[in-house]
Design a protein around this ligand. Structure first.
Ligand code: P6P
Length: 328
């Protein structure tokens, strides 16, 4: 049952996490320690994003990252903020970022490093100059005893203990799941806290809206092209921002389907499995939706590498199925 925030039930992110932990006698509270660091980091990033043009931190650094993508100044700044805020949390063993080729191995498991946090510090950052919504995406994995930390970090998406994103849009919104439903918080600037605005979000089932970059139509498979033709004839509307966090957030709240299919340029897909597709897939599934790649559940994909790419098809189950019907 979705619960709306009202004045008389002001719940912060911290109190909501602690309340959730009370439900699990074995909970140690260490998990909230990680989420509070994410909360701190994303408040700082949001502040930078809002002041970007004033502080002259828009634009390109003049270098490319591991993905071969042009780095924006704010990509680097956001990455450094997250590294600093999370780096001193003693229960984090590994930090892995889209912006860094190799993960940062902070502490061995025996030293208390029991979690890995993987993140895209500022997804969609090329949109910042035009003040389009951008976001931070994060995934939390528990590091297992066996194997190296690198191997332990390459767990399937269904092993995630938490996933979420922060959208720096018309408001700063944090969406989080720890495996028991999806909760949404909005940053109340007047008190500097993320306050709970919705608990147990369920993705609306039947919104005839698709989200895809149709500029690549000629590079899509015949099945995707057939789906688009079918959608055009069946009164679908199209919404595409080109910033995954903003597109997925709209679908979480309003329903519909997001597609980043394989193209002839990117036959494996463009988006990254470990810190984009997996966290978003966990959120969408926890909200009652569906998330697949080449017909397979994204959360079941066995990762080969930290920066592995994948195609993404996610959203309301019936809308994802409408796409799949054209792919078989
Ligand atoms: P295209 C942003 O660069 C990003 O990684 C995602 O946020 C977004 O969904 C996608 O790429 C947009 O890609 O090829 O449509 O510009």
């Amino acid at each position: 049952m979705e619960k709306r925030w009202t004045q008389d039930n002001l719940t912060s992110l911290q109190s909501n996490i602690l309340a959730e932990e009370q439900k699990y006698p074995g909970a140690t509270g260490e998990f909230s320690w990680i989420l509070s660091a994410i909360s701190l980091a994303t408040k700082a990033i949001g502040n930078k994003v809002r002041c970007a043009r004033i502080q002259d931190v828009i634009g390109e650094v003049g270098e490319t990252n591991i993905q071969g993508e042009i780095q924006q100044k704010l990509d680097v700044i956001a990455n450094e903020i997250i590294m600093r805020c999370l780096g001193d949390r003693e229960n984090i063993g590994v930090l892995a970022s889209e912006e860094n080729e190799t993960p940062f191995l902070l502490r061995r498991r025996v030293e208390g490093g029991r979690y890995a946090v993987l993140f895209d510090p500022l997804d969609g950052s090329s949109n910042i100059d035009s003040s389009v919504g951008v976001g931070t995406i994060f995934s939390v994995l528990r590091l297992s005893d066996e194997g190296s930390r690198e191997e332990a970090m390459l767990s399937r998406g269904k092993e995630q203990v938490a996933a979420g994103y922060v959208l720096y849009g018309s408001s700063t919104v944090l969406v989080l799941t720890t495996g028991n439903g999806v909760d949404m918080f909005v940053l109340d600037q007047s008190i500097g806290s993320f306050v709970l605005v919705s608990k147990g979000i369920q993705i609306p089932p039947d919104n005839r809206t698709y989200s895809i970059n149709e500029a690549y139509t000629n590079m899509f498979s015949d099945g995707i092209q057939q789906y688009l033709g079918w959608a055009h004839q069946n009164n679908y509307s199209s919404r595409y921002i080109g910033s995954m966090v903003a597109d997925v957030h709209r679908i979480l709240l309003k329903g519909g389907v997001f597609l980043y299919p394989p193209t002839t340029d990117n036959p494996e897909g463009k988006l990254r499995l470990m810190y984009e597709a997996n966290p978003m897939a966990m959120i969408i599934e926890q909200a009652g939706g569906k998330a697949v790649a080449k017909g397979k559940r994204i959360l079941d994909i066995n990762p080969d590498g930290l920066h592995q790419r994948t195609s993404v098809l996610l959203g309301s189950t019936d809308q994802v199925d409408a796409v799949l019907q054209h792919l078989t």
